[in-house]
Design a protein around this ligand. Structure first.
Ligand code: NDP
Length: 259
């Protein structure tokens, strides 16, 4: 299996949970990326303390302000990343930021549906659009004709909760607004894979497992998977992907999840 070997990666929602875990694993790689763009809503605030500590020790880690529900913030972040990269492209965009409201179906509102969809679905759409020029540049600058995450890729952090066939965890958490947003994110991932294939960009929807984070624990249960195991598994999966898997919905162990 080929090593995941990226020159540059961007992770949204990188100040805690799975996003922070991804950043930590990229930093620990034998050949770490030259640029790790860790984005979060408030880079100077208390919630970004761990990222700030890491950035003070690792010059390849750049913290960038990014609110994925705000198109102006996305554009500003893309411009900043472009400046850092100079003439080169971005290999890997990980749309990880996400929100859930632990509610029953009857309690969902128009505001919930809109807010969750904006962050979990529209955010990754706008991110893909804004970073497309940098992803294209990375694809053009990489040798070979196939697709891979080392070359250029968009990874959308989805959830098995968005699988219509599996309806995982319904008894524990109904979270209908969240499920709808992730089902739509799966469709977005498929659309991106179709549109961006010709540019040499691989696109996948990835379920990280049920993971021990604030979100994973939101229903009051302890999830079975640690952040470390989830991230390690996902990075292994990403390293194995080729054009055969673009547009797929996979979990952290590489299993195909039914739509
Ligand atoms: P956490 O709740 O631990 O962290 C969520 C992250 O997203 C935080 O960094 C948060 O920032 C950020 N975020 C939320 N809204 C926005 C926004 N509008 N703009 C920018 N950043 C935002 O979640 P996890 O780490 O558990 O989840 C990461 C991803 O994995 C999500 O997409 C989630 O849906 C998915 N997932 C998680 C599972 C689990 O079991 N944990 C299971 C299946 C999928 P801030 O600190 O500012 O709030």
């Amino acid at each position: 299996m080929a090593e995941l070997c990226v020159r540059s990666v961007l992770v949204t929602g990188a100040n805690r949970g799975i996003g922070l875990g991804l950043v930590q694993h990229f930093l620990r790689m034998p050949k770490p990326p030259q640029w790790i763009f860790a984005t979060c809503r408030d880079p100077k605030g208390q919630r970004a303390q761990e990222l700030q500590n890491l950035a003070s020790k690792h010059p390849n880690l750049v913290i960038i302000a990014l609110e994925v529900a705000n198109p102006a913030s996305i554009k500003a972040a893309a411009a900043k990343v472009g400046e850092h990269l100079g003439g080169s492209g971005l290999n890997l965009l990980i749309n990880n930021a996400g929100v859930v409201k632990p509610k029953m179906l009857d309690a969902e509102t128009l505001e919930d549906m809109t807010e969750i969809y904006t962050t979990n679905t529209a955010g990754p759409l706008l991110m893909g659009q804004a970073f497309l020029p940098l992803l294209k540049k990375a694809a053009q600058g990489s040798p070979g004709s196939g697709l891979s995450c080392s070359k250029a890729a968009i990874v959308n952090m989805s959830s098995i909760g968005g699988s219509i066939a599996s309806f995982f965890g319904w008894d524990i958490m109904q979270v209908t607004s969240y499920r709808c947003s992730k089902a739509a994110l799966n469709m977005l991932s498929k659309c991106q894979s179709l549109a961006y294939k010709e540019h040499g960009i691989l696109c996948v929807a990835l379920h990280p497992g049920w993971v021990q984070t604030d979100m994973g624990s939101a229903a009051g249960h302890t999830p079975p998977v640690t952040v470390d195991d989830s991230v390690q598994g996902m990075l292994k999966v990403l390293s194995s992907l080729s054009e055969k898997e673009t547009g797929a919905f996979l979990d952290w162990e590489g299993k195909v999840i039914p739509w």
